[in-house]
Design a protein around this ligand. Structure first.
Ligand SMILES: [Zn+2]
Length: 352
């Protein structure tokens, strides 16, 4: 181990500590003095290279941006810090101007609405062909893809997927199965854009998505969604069985109520019948009372016991009220008349 003074190619001198065999140290010193820069000059050169690279990218972005503008694409001003805006504006121009997938970027970004006006949107999606910005377009909650107000971006991605996988691929499961098949086919070379190979480019884009985590991302989202809704489904099943029990109980109660009503109805009918029978009996009694009374009935009239008899007078039935004790008898066409006659005679006797 030893320290060596080196005269670098830039003309500056520095000290380096070198290790290894003497031959290698000599070779290194020879190379450094011929080609290498001193650490300060090296750092300055790297900074200058990087600045030049940035300038080049900016110039490319400007060209992309002017091409897009010429093509009638409106590039709205982005929001964010000055630094973010500069960076994001370049990313957007390059992504959108790409001959292979620029159309997809435009479709998804247009659907993203306000979100795509944030610099962060483009900085997060700077990785271009990987499925990152596509996966990011997918909503956190799977079912939101169809229902959320701001799901247009996700729907734009679906449109791209569907156009590549066949329009009948409406089911998510079938979509994933189709993507999984693509994921085992090599992505292949990026097709050079022509006017007639749009579908080739769509297919290539979707194939490259299928290779960069799209299948896993979609599957994970669906599984997370299923796990999230599982308790709700179980709860719904519980509620449903509780509801069935309840409705069975309601049905039983209704049956019991209906039986009770029928029984009440039967009872009411029985009461009606009884009332009708009573009325009929009373009416019958009223109708037959007199006759019932005269058939040898004993009765008490003004404190004396009388027997109601019937006698035949010249072939006509007449009725008599007969005081057995005194042997008195009053007869008339009806026993009531005989009774009234007897009462009148008794009253007359008392007033005389
Ligand atoms: Zn130097």
């Amino acid at each position: 181990m030893a320290k060596y003074s080196i005269n670098y190619s830039c003309g500056h001198t520095g000290v380096e500590q070198l290790y290894g065999p003497g031959k290698e140290r000599a070779r290194h010193i020879e190379w450094a003095e011929k080609s290498a820069l001193c650490p300060e000059c090296y750092a300055a050169k790297r900074a200058a290279d990087r600045a030049a690279e940035i300038e080049k990218e900016k110039a490319a972005a400007k060209i992309s941006a002017s091409q897009l503008t010429d093509a009638g694409v409106v590039l709205h001003p982005l929001r964010g810090s000055d630094k973010q805006i500069t960076w994001a504006t370049d990313i957007r121009a390059k992504l959108m101007a790409d001959p292979n997938y620029g159309w997809a970027v435009k479709a998804v970004a247009e659907a993203a609405g306000e979100k795509a006006l944030e610099s962060k949107y483009w900085i997060d999606r700077r990785s271009r062909i990987d499925s990152n910005w596509m996966i990011m377009a997918m909503p956190g909650n799977w079912s939101d893809a169809w229902t959320a107000k701001d799901a247009h971006e996700a729907n734009a991605v679906w449109m791209i997927l569907r156009s590549a996988l066949g329009n009948d691929m409406v089911s998510v499961d079938r979509m994933i199965a189709a993507l999984a098949k693509l994921a085992i086919i090599p992505v292949g070379d990026k097709p050079v854009a022509t006017d007639s190979n749009t579908m080739d480019r769509v297919n290539w884009l979707v194939r490259s998505w299928s290779h960069t985590g799209l299948v896993e991302s979609l599957t994970a989202k669906i599984e997370a969604q299923a796990a999230a809704v599982k308790p709700a489904i179980e709860r719904a099943a519980e509620l449903s069985s509780a509801r069935e029990e309840l409705s069975a109980a309601v049905r039983d109660r209704r049956d019991a109520e209906s039986m009770r009503r029928e029984a009440a109805h039967d009872m009411e009918q029985a009461a009606n019948l009884k009332r009708l029978a009573d009325e009929t009996r009373q009416k019958a009694v009223a109708d037959i009372d007199a006759q019932a009374m005269i058939i040898g009935a004993l009765g008490t009239i003004v404190g004396a016991t009388w027997r109601v008899t019937s006698i035949l007078d010249g072939g006509t039935r007449v009725y008599a009220v007969n005081d057995r004790a005194e042997g008195k008898e009053f007869s008339a066409a009806s026993w009531q008349a005989a009774h009234r006659a007897w009462i009148e005679i008794e009253n007359h006797k008392q007033t005389v």
